[in-house]
Design a binder for this molecule. Structure first.
Ligand code: NAD
Ligand SMILES: Nc1ncnc2c1ncn2[C@@H]1O[C@H](COP(=O)(O)O)[C@@H](O)[C@H]1O
Ligand code: PPV
Length: 300
């Protein structure tokens, strides 16, 4: 990891092929810190809003485009983008989506438009796009693996649509990943929802995202909704899939940072720690720069 980052700094060629998320992640893993004192929520909000604005202005971009799912992360991120005063385009991109998710997303955008003049919206129905892609793909033997692959395909179709509008209108694609998803369990789709231009809330734990949502006054139904990746056409939650809650995962992330091992724990603590480390190591490839085959000078 350290070696990769060092070679990244000394090799400009590599930089161009990493997405921003990978870059941030590459140096952030080593500086993970846990909140020892209460978060100064208003100051954190102002800090992120200023950061977003400064980045967009320096990049000479007009604003941001973001996918709104009806979940807490996209609700908070979009509100922080709206607070910059720059243009914000909210995209609803249902793919066989549960009705309650569609409604929550739509109500959040209405709330944003009510509070901020700089917010526009588009609904892009990706269900027929997804269905025709599935129909065009060859049959497979292992239906279960196909199911997982198609779940991630949904996230990648959304990413393509976000970048369509980013290029069309001069926007940056705002990422919605938080610290536990991005740098802990790697619970996102590589080059799907992980394919973004900047990551405003990726230094915040999920519990901190909730605290920010409360202070921002995000709709109650979103604050109460169980986190879900919404990729399966049913209402399974992230906790159902991972086997541990976000507060549990945050605890395990901290324990790993402190150098603890599974032998330090028993019972549920041990179970959670093992779940966390399993995801963390399986998804490590998402948290480091992509491997480049470096050819010895003598051969070139
Ligand atoms: N909570 C959320 O917001 C959210 C969002 C999207 C997806 N998800 C979840 O995240 C998970 C994503 O699935 P995934 O991680 O299997 O798919 P992924 O596509 O993100 O990553 C798997 C892919 O990475 C590559 N890969 C695997 N091992 C590698 C290695 N060692 N080195 C380099 N590349 C490697 C392969 O191409 C493989 O197909 C799913 O469980 C999905 O439900 C969660
Ligand atoms: N239905 C959706 N419409 C728009 N954007 C979406 C939708 N579902 C997901 N997204 C975006 O992807 C990220 C990650 O989604 P998870 O639901 O957490 O997997 C989400 O924050 C939206 O930006
Ligand atoms: O990324 P979101 O907005 O869908 O949030 P969550 O993952 O909590 O559903």
């Amino acid at each position: 990891m350290t070696k990769n980052v060092a070679s990244l700094e000394s090799n400009f060629r590599l930089i161009s092929i990493f997405n921003l998320k990978t870059l941030i992640l590459g140096h952030k893993v080593s500086r993970f810190r846990q909140n020892e004192h209460p978060m100064q929520t208003e100051k954190v909000i102002d800090y992120i809003v200023d950061w977003l604005k400064e980045y967009a202005v320096n990049a000479k971009m007009k604003g941001f485009v973001i996918g709104i799912s009806g979940g807490i992360d996209s609700a908070v991120t979009s509100t922080l983008c709206a607070k910059t005063g720059l243009e914000l385009l909210c995209l609803e991109m249902p793919i066989h989506q549960a009705e309650n998710q569609v409604t929550r997303a739509s109500r959040h955008i209405e709330w944003l438009q009510h509070n901020f003049k700089n917010v526009k919206r588009h609904a892009v129905n990706l269900t027929p796009v997804f269905d025709s892609l599935v129909a065009a793909l060859p049959p497979v033997e292992n239906e279960e693996e196909r199911f997982m692959s198609l779940a991630n395909t949904r996230a990648r179709l959304r990413m393509s649509s976000l970048y369509y509008f980013a290029a069309l209108d001069g926007y940056l694609v705002a990422g919605t990943g938080n610290k536990v998803e991005d740098f802990g369990v790697g619970f996102y789709t590589k080059y799907g929802d992980g394919g973004v231009d900047l990551s405003p809330i990726a230094d915040l734990l999920k519990t901190q995202v909730y605290e920010i949502a409360r202070v921002l006054g995000i709709n109650d139904d979103i604050q109460k909704a169980a986190p879900t990746d919404g990729l399966w056409g049913d209402d399974r939650t992230d906790e159902d899939q991972i086997g541990a809650s976000y507060p549990e995962l945050e605890w395990a992330m901290k324990m790993q940072e402190e150098g603890k091992t599974a032998d330090d724990f028993t019972g549920r603590d041990k179970e959670v720690f093992l779940i966390y480390t399993k995801f963390n190591s399986a998804n490590r490839h998402k948290m480091i720069p992509i491997p480049v085959c470096e050819i010895p000078h003598s051969l070139l």
